[in-house]
Design a protein around this ligand. Sequence first.
Ligand SMILES: Cc1cc2nc3c(=O)[nH]c(=O)nc-3n(C[C@H](O)[C@H](O)[C@H](O)COP(=O)(O)OP(=O)(O)OC[C@H]3O[C@@H](n4cnc5c(N)ncnc54)[C@H](O)[C@@H]3O)c2cc1C
Length: 441
Amino acid sequence: MSHSSNEFEVIVAGGGIAGAAIALFLSHLNTRVTIIESRPCRPSTAEGGILMIGSNGMNVLQGLGLAEKLLQRESGLQVSHITIMDGSGGLIGRVPQGCVERHGFASTAILRWDIHEVLLDDVDQKGLDMRWNSRIESVDEFDDSVLVRWIEAGEKKEKEVDLLIGADGIWSTTRPSMYRCLGLEAPKPRYSGLVGVGFILSIDTVPGLSEFLTLEQPVVMVQSRLGFVGMMRYDKAGKKVGWWTTHEASERSREEWKVPKEQMFRELRERYSKSAFPVPQLIQASEESSEQPFVWPVYEVEKLGNWHSKRVVLIGDAAHAMPPHSGQGASQALEDAAYLAYLIRQHLDQHSNSTRGSTATVLHSLLDTFQKERQPRVDDIVDEANRRGDTKRETSQIGMFIRKWMMKILILFMSQKWMDGWFGYKVPGIDEWSALRSAAR
Ligand SMILES: Cc1cc2nc3c(=O)[nH]c(=O)nc-3n(C[C@H](O)[C@H](O)[C@H](O)COP(=O)(O)OP(=O)(O)OC[C@H]3O[C@@H](n4cnc5c(N)ncnc54)[C@H](O)[C@@H]3O)c2cc1C
């Protein structure tokens, strides 16, 4: 491939959390990055629900110099543990979520929108080439380049670059394109049988809720026989609560999920009528509110045998749709971005910042290392998330009794080693980016 300069040229498909993060890391290297994002423009109102970003994800944001910025926002509460209760309000256990002393940060309960905003602000500030209203269409791969075609505001575009990074989420179009390059068919997302319904409320719409969800107990999860309800305080002022339920539901089309609010809440009321405070009260207050719920059918993709071809690599949900039950979707997307950027950094250092070394073999071995190093960790987290997802499925009274005691025992024996493994993990080289950032200033 002929270059006008010796920059390593990259297209990132998708400007979500993984895509924005990898573009920001690469902006500190001798690279030219274009981000192709299908949304029409930068969202101007909060999108998505609340989520947890683990200490491990916060450490990646720290590598980008953005952790403090995130923690300065209105939403974002450090959470040292999650309290798990049964449907009648009995304590099952408390699950630690990382801590400042040991892991640099505790986990943070936050609006997904805030993480995305902080990343996109930095993308804008750095003047990165972000193409909104642009959708990746197809890919052709050669030994020395990859030809990426996309539609931008209705117009066909194409560009030959060194590497295409597919960060376009669970419904990725890069995934099937990459599999086609390998002469294989990509697995498709399939419905898990579980749906999430979420809502944000003012905490004072439920009398007694601010005494129940305190700063010492900001996140409570209720495991009942017919489903699961989680609730979080996530803003510093203590005015808001985000709550969501995950329960079994049969598959519907995208349109059919848009059931009238009244019908959805009738179903929720019936399902959780026997739950202890504050579950029925949250349902009632949300039903009376003028806001609409956030409905999220959970899709999954079987573990991929291939995360890359010669010059296409997948990261984030495109590589491993992370079930929401892990609380690690955003953190694993950030870890992927940081790990791939670290390998590209080493590669460019070894080849004196030129693309001379980016022959198919060298790049292939870099991408192989990426998959080999990342996949075992990600697979473990997906397995654990699926186990947690199964505890949200309906069961009998006896089943619930057994489930509750198994959870109690598991939590009791949850080791420091497990916690360090999830939350204390630091992507190699993450602390070195601050020097590169300072040099770029
Ligand atoms: C709107 C939204 C709300 C979410 N809400 C929550 C939540 O409340 N809680 C939670 O735990 N997780 C949520 N998630 C998922 C969570 O953010 C992801 O699991 C995690 O951050 C992984 O991020 P990702 O960048 O890999 O994928 P995503 O966040 O899905 O980002 C993928 C990006 O690629 C873009 N894209 C898709 N196809 C193409 C294409 N062909 N060409 C160009 N661009 C394309 C999408 O528009 C999107 O911006 C949400 C995701 C989205 C998109």
